[in-house]
Design a protein around this ligand. Structure first.
Ligand code: SAM
Length: 160
């Protein structure tokens, strides 16, 4: 329960309002939609023009059309969320993991390292728990070394 209390302390409304949420690999904004529904302002970053346009159309927040790298400049934020591309890890693909040029985790982890948000969240596919498990554990190790309390859960065992 320790992490639940910590999450609530970050997400509870403050005098200054709820914190800005950066949404990396924003797609059409599905992940951000949940945060927006809870009253958060979100700011998306997405390379696909149609995805970014859909995000802008359906959410209140802005979505910048940008190809994220570990060096991409980002505004400061207390919350970072994101869905790095799943193709490198999906059991429906070759599972090349970190060797796959589409791997977005270096950009996500770098954003957390540089911005030190109070809270971050990422979602991905179950393949991270199989062949890519050592890489996944390495990501968690880097983030734990920054002081974060981390929990993860497989939500859908049939999803590829
Ligand atoms: C798994 S989807 C994210 C889904 C999103 N969270 C949602 O709820 O709609 C991954 C997205 O990352 C985008 N993407 C992949 N590599 C990227 C990069 N280097 N920079 C920015 N966007 C990228 C893809 O175009 C895709 O829309």
């Amino acid at each position: 329960m320790q992490y639940v209390e910590r999450i609530n302390s970050v997400l509870r409304p403050h005098d200054a309002g709820l914190p800005l949420v950066l949404d990396l690999f924003a797609g059409c904004g599905g992940l951000a939609l949940g945060f927006e529904a809870q009253g958060f302002e979100t700011l998306g970053f997405e390379m696909d023009p149609d995805g970014a346009a859909t995000y802008r159309q359906n959410l209140r927040g802005e979505c910048q059309e940008v190809f994220l790298t570990p060096d991409t400049d980002l505004p400061s934020a207390r919350v970072i969320i994101g869905g790095p591309p799943c193709q490198p890890f999906s059991v429906g693909g070759l599972q090349l993991g970190k060797q796959d040029t589409r791997n977005g985790f270096p950009a996500f982890v770098s954003a957390v390292e540089r911005l030190s948000p109070d809270l971050w969240l990422f979602e991905n596919v179950r393949g991270l728990l199989y062949r890519s498990r050592p890489y996944f554990d390495g990501i968690l190790g880097r983030l734990r070394a920054l002081g974060y309390i981390i929990d993860f859960k497989l939500l859908n065992e049939t999803c590829r």
